[in-house]
Design a protein. Structure first.
Length: 312
């Protein structure tokens, strides 16, 4: 299997737009029916050997324990409960509207109330249109969905390796249905007061200093896949700090900056995996050092903190 196979945005954008909305529908079910965790860690997807999963949910909300999975090998949406009952339907051939209705029917047959609040896309151009009225997004090319999952799986393991080098508070590696990226976030213990006007999403996500690192598949702003990193709050002068490899760059994003390594640049490196890890480490240090993080104390070489093993 090729490491980091090509997936230009223009080649699969129609499938991406449809799949993004499919994921938002199921993601909102997860948001509604899972126990809240700090920094919204309960909400994203996790990668599996065939696709992505919500992980088990329910029980605390009166529903039976249930799970929803996207299978990008057989191209199915699979819902199951703890009794062993399972319902599935094809991902291909559905508009967003029909996907929404078929999911509700599948969950109902499992004895699950899968209702969600505000059944509209979140932070997408058509956020004013209910899912059930979206017949425009209906393209699903299986080959593109499979390649998306393979890239997601490979990047997941690179981010897991990067995550292992940090002994402080760190998020799981998870796939967000909001921004359609996969990320891992390192936290300092320093709180960051957020104004009420920032909104509940931002206030919870950025209640501590963070350096977040990840990968997204391209969008209207940056129309190609990229590895990225950002620090929040952003320390002064961060863009003057060097990144590795030389092809990496700082770009403006909102009120701050992103460290970017374009996927195409990583793919053509002699050792793409090592190149990405070097980039993530350089971006982490560029943000954490001027913010006053104790880099040495938080380091976890090889994922080991055991003092009897760490020196071997």
């Amino acid at each position: 299997m090729e490491l980091f196979p090509p997936l230009p945005l223009e080649e699969w954008n129609e499938t991406k737009q449809t799949l993004h909305r499919f994921e938002q529908i199921v993601g909102k079910v997860r948001l509604q029916h899972s126990r809240r965790r700090n920094h919204w860690w309960n909400v994203p997807y996790h990668v599996t050997g065939r696709g992505i999963t919500t992980r088990p949910m329910g029980m605390v909300d009166g529903n039976p324990v249930f799970t929803i999975d996207f299978d990008f090998v057989s191209h199915l949406l699979v819902a199951s409960n703890l009794e062993g009952d399972q319902v599935s339907f094809p991902l291909q051939g559905n508009s967003v509207a029909s996907f929404y209705l078929r999911l509700q029917s599948a969950l109902d047959s499992l004895g699950v109330d899968g209702s969600i609040r505000h059944a509209h896309p979140f932070d997408l151009p058509d956020s004013g249109r209910p899912f059930v009225e979206d017949h425009a997004h209906a393209v699903y090319v299986p080959e593109h969905a499979t390649r998306f999952w393979r890239i997601l799986s490979q990047v997941n393991l690179v981010l897991e390796e990067f995550s292992a080098g940090f002994s402080g508070k760190v998020s799981p590696v998870h796939h967000f249905w909001h921004t359609f990226d996969i990320a891992v976030t390192r936290f300092s213990p320093h709180p960051v007061p957020q104004p009420e006007s920032a909104g509940p999403v931002v206030r919870e996500a950025y209640s501590r200093e963070v350096v977040s690192s990840g990968f997204w598949f391209g969008d209207d702003t940056v129309p190609e896949p990229c590895f990225y990193s950002y620090t929040a709050p952003e320390p002064e002068g961060i863009t003057g700090r060097g990144l590795v490899p030389p092809a990496a760059e700082w770009v403006e994003s909102g009120h701050g900056h992103l460290a970017l390594l374009r996927y195409a640049q990583a793919r053509k490196a002699p050792d793409p995996r090592a190149t990405v890890l070097e980039f993530l480490e350089s971006a982490y240090r560029a943000g954490a050092e001027p913010a006053g993080w104790d880099i040495g104390a938080l380091a976890c070489p090889g994922g080991v903190t055991d003092p009897h093993l760490s020196g071997r």
